[in-house]
Design a protein around this ligand. Structure first.
Ligand SMILES: NC(=O)c1ccc[n+]([C@@H]2O[C@H](COP(=O)([O-])OP(=O)(O)OC[C@H]3O[C@@H](n4cnc5c(N)ncnc54)[C@H](O)[C@@H]3O)[C@@H](O)[C@H]2O)c1
Length: 405
């Protein structure tokens, strides 16, 4: 809303500020991504959602204390008009939360049907031509794939039988995908990352992506690690710790929700360093990830990394990174980009997993028989090449021999 009114700039958003080079370096063609591909306009977007608290967006933003009151007051009317629909929620999946704005239903199928009704009503009331759903709810407990996730038929039976392996976020994912909506998972918990929901996404032509947005410490990790690996600098250990005091931090203080986050945060290094190819450099990395809930810090998270590295002849060195970041400021542009690119994917006829959006996630969804790509720079190349591919432009390989022929 603030950006629409010209009060601030959309910093950090590729869809709003990024460019893509086209053709040869000598062509001097680098349109903005927004000019290059047909993205929905910021002014045309209507926002809505569900929450277990019934505060409107203005009240909620005020409570969160991330944005200055002066800025918030300039968009008070627009934010106050966004009121959350009642949520599908069960404390079993998020132990540290409880709230009043929650649906009742005879089983999980009934709850999914209520979400579908909400989606249809939202679309009609706001005269939207297309919708996208992003799960940005709290981190649910760590769940692994169960029998009810193995196929769509098993999942639908599980919904009717109230199978405990089906979490609220999966009920939202099911509702969205059955309506043909693109679905993105911004959180680390298991959501659309199961065969049953992939099957549904393919059946209804819905693009999906996730999981767990790469915004703070893991973003820095996937910037630094490819650099160390490119120069074949060894890594003996990587200790990462965070302190944060927002509601996300409070939820992650529960060991079962933390487990979802820990699994998601720990994956990246193994894939980037490829210890099976470089055993002398990366075989025995001791990788530790900690998150501590520390209320005084609020949304201004502090991520601290100690990296024990070694170089020529095995001589040890150290690298320390202290990232004083703002959780929500880093997350907002990513949620916007993911929503706009998912909408674009749907219009381009793409369905199922959108690996080209790995750029945005700590634990990117990928086909079951390949490993995920975590290197931020390869991910960005993949993203921009996908845009070129959509528009029938030549893909850029960075070979560059033609300049010297
Ligand atoms: N930088 C970031 O902010 C960041 C980065 C990566 C991942 N994430 C993940 O995104 C998710 C959201 O993070 P956040 O900082 O916005 O958290 P938050 O606590 O500020 O907001 C989450 C909201 O979800 C609501 N909620 C919980 N369960 C719900 C349900 N079943 N239905 C509807 N609403 C529900 C909560 O009431 C809360 O208002 C978390 O899983 C977090 O780990 C955030």
């Amino acid at each position: 809303m603030a950006i629409r009114k010209g009060l601030a700039k959309p910093i950090g958003s590729l869809t709003e500020m990024g460019t893509a080079r086209l053709g040869k370096r000598t062509d001097n063609r680098s349109p903005s991504i927004r000019e290059f591909v047909p993205l929905a306009e910021l002014n045309d977007i209507v926002f809505g959602g569900w929450d277990i608290f019934d505060d409107n967006c203005y009240e909620s933003a005020k409570h969160a204390g991330v944005l200055d009151e002066k800025l918030l007051d300039q968009v008070k009317d627009e934010l106050s008009a966004i009121k959350p629909m009642s949520a599908v929620f069960d404390r079993y999946y998020v132990k540290r939360l409880d709230g009043p704005n929650v649906k009742k239903g005879k089983n999980k199928k009934d709850l999914a049907d209520q979400l579908v009704a909400d989606i249809r009503k939202f679309k009609a009331d706001n005269k939207c031509s297309r919708l996208v759903l992003i799960w940005a709810g709290s981190t649910e407990i760590f769940l692994t794939e169960s029998a009810c996730h193995s196929s769509l038929a098993a999942f639908e039976k599980g919904l009717v039988d109230n199978d405990p392996a089906i979490s609220p976020s999966q009920i939202y994912a099911y509702a969205a995908l059955s309506e043909g909506l693109p679905y993105g998972n911004a959180a680390p918990n298991l959501s659309a990352e199961v065969p049953a929901l992939r099957e549904l996404a393919n059946k209804t032509g819905s693009p999906i992506c996730g999981s767990d947005m790469k915004t703070g410490q893991t973003l820095i990790k996937t910037i630094i690690a490819p650099g160390l690996k490119a120069r074949l600098i060894g890594v003996a250990g990587w200790y990462s710790t965070n302190i944060l005091g927002n509601r996300d931090g409070e939820v992650l203080d529960d060991p079962e929700s933390f487990k979802s986050k820990e699994e998601s945060k720990k994956g990246a290094l193994d894939y980037i360093f490829q210890p099976h190819l470089y055993p002398d450099l990366y075989k025995d990395i001791s990788h530790v990830v900690r998150i501590n809930y520390y209320p005084p810090r609020g949304d201004n998270k502090e991520g601290w990394d100690n990296i024990d590295i070694f170089g020529w002849l095995g001589y040890p060195m150290q690298l320390k990174i202290n990232f004083l970041c703002r959780d929500s400021i880093l997350a907002a542009p990513i949620v916007l980009d993911v929503a706009l690119f998912l909408d674009l994917s749907k219009r381009a006829g793409f369905k199922g997993i959108q690996e080209w959006l790995s750029f945005y996630f700590k634990s990117p969804m990928h086909a079951p028989d390949i490993y995920p790509e975590h290197d931020l720079f390869i991910q960005l190349m993949k993203l921009k090449n996908t845009l070129r591919y959509m528009r029938g432009e030549e893909l850029i390989t960075h070979l560059g021999r033609e300049y010297y022929d």
